[in-house]
Design a protein around this ligand. Structure first.
Ligand SMILES: Cc1ncc(COP(=O)(O)O)c(C=O)c1O
Length: 410
């Protein structure tokens, strides 16, 4: 969807760099669902990409202490020394990666890290390889930078993972970056060391391709899956890998807006230039809170992940019990990305044929009062995403409603 503004209307003319970018479909569905709720409909919204837990108290306390201390002024441009040190320690402790403080950057969310990195490196016509399904912001950010997203479909048959053959075929002399996200939003799929190896071998053969890795859901992995990040497996890629992470998902801190990355010094410096003219620095108070998150107790992470695992199992089995749906068990994050190809072609009680995942999701919203997001929003159809970071009771009711709505299709 493109921005619906007529040139000249109220004197407003959008810049060409945003003219092909739409307001996120996820936000549109959320807005429609919220409006239905206001009308008194019992809508269950399974669209939000944030944990339903609270930020732990010791983190909130650290923010309060920072305010009391007077840490309420601009900070160093791309992160306080204390936060950079906490991030350095985190990378060492959890990923066995050694970075110097000059190789670390902090921004207002991992989204700004991605934005800074793309703004600093991608010019008109530069290509960024993005396996689909992908987090919607990736391609929009590339387009704002006037780059060209190269979308590579990776469906359920390949475990929603990129293969070496597909990567090799997507690389051209214009390729700037390969963007990888594990565990993935929206598929929940994650790459093991064995999954990454063939991709890293391809990358070693193409020194002009840089690797942007989004490890945002690192801590939310299930069963005996072992999280790894590419740089840990292939130190020879060090001079062209940006390893991105943040506190939003693991520590339930989406509203605090702190993301960070480790990467080559020259890139980190260039990203700081972008940031210096956008936000000056991340919030001083949030940075103090993030120090407490990274340096403080980590035991609650496992408890929270176990709670997500129970909900994942509930949703996966509930969806797979519905005729026409096919849900792969995700290794991580808090999303299912279920196939709905078996539903297409069926007829709604009022005689409409469902031909796309978007129409199926609209049917679920209007007829079953359940808001989910179509795969088309993430670049791969026919699928739909459920965020199961919601109360178990709501998930059970939503699954019953989806099942009943599917039964009503002819
Ligand atoms: C894969 C992925 N990366 C990055 C982000 C952005 O996180 P932040 O809140 O740090 O901007 C999100 C948020 O939904 C995400 O799903």
């Amino acid at each position: 969807m493109t921005i619906d503004v007529k040139i000249g209307e109220a004197g407003f003319r959008p810049a060409s760099r945003i003219s092909s970018i739409g307001v996120s479909e996820i936000l549109q569905i959320g807005a429609r669902a919220a409006a239905m709720k206001r009308e008194g409909r019992p809508v269950i919204i399974l669209g939000a990409g944030e944990p339903d837990f609270e930020t732990p108290d010791h983190i909130k306390q650290a923010a309060w202490d920072a305010m009391q201390r007077g840490d309420t002024k601009y900070t160093a441009l791309d992160g306080t020394p204390a936060l950079k040190e906490a991030i350095r320690t985190k990378f060492q402790r959890e990923n066995h990666l050694s970075f110097d403080a000059s190789e670390i950057t902090v921004a207002t969310g991992a989204k700004q890290i991605l934005f800074n990195a793309m703004m600093a490196t991608v010019g008109a016509g530069d290509e960024v390889i993005i396996p689909t399904p992908y987090w919607t912001s990736y391609s929009d950010i590339v387009q704002i930078c006037e780059g060209k997203p190269i979308l590579v479909p990776c469906d359920a048959d390949s475990g929603f993972r990129l293969t070496a053959e597909k990567l090799e075929a997507a690389i051209t002399p214009r390729t700037r970056w390969l963007l990888l996200n594990s565990p993935s939003n929206p598929s929940g799929a994650a790459y093991s060391a064995e999954d990454y190896r063939p991709l890293l071998d391809v990358l070693l053969r193409h020194p002009h391709v840089w690797i942007m890795v989004d490890d945002m859901y690192e801590h939310i992995v299930y069963d005996d899956f072992r999280f790894v990040t590419p740089l840990q497996l292939e130190p020879r890629l060090r001079e062209r890998t940006l390893t991105i992470n943040g506190v939003s998902k693991a520590y339930a801190m989406t509203g605090w807006r702190i993301g960070y990355a480790g990467g080559p010094k020259a890139l980190i410096k260039a990203m700081a230039v972008v940031q210096s003219q956008a936000t000056s620095c991340p919030s001083s108070i949030s940075q103090a809170a993030a120090v407490a998150a990274l340096n403080g107790p980590q035991d609650f992470l496992a408890e929270r992940t176990e709670s997500f695992r129970r909900r994942r199992d509930l949703v996966v089995s509930g969806l797979n019990a519905i005729d026409g749906l096919d849900c792969r068990t995700p290794e991580g994050a808090f999303y299912t990305f279920s196939g709905c190809g078996g539903i297409l072609g069926r007829i709604t009680p009022d005689g409409r044929r469902i031909t796309t995942d978007r129409e199926f999701c609209a049917y679920l919203l209007e007829e079953a009062d359940v808001a989910v997001v179509p795969g088309s929003a993430f670049g791969l159809s026919p699928y739909f995403r459920i965020s199961y970071a919601s109360a178990e009771a709501d998930l059970r009711v939503a699954l019953e409603r989806i099942a009943a709505a599917c039964r009503r299709l002819g």
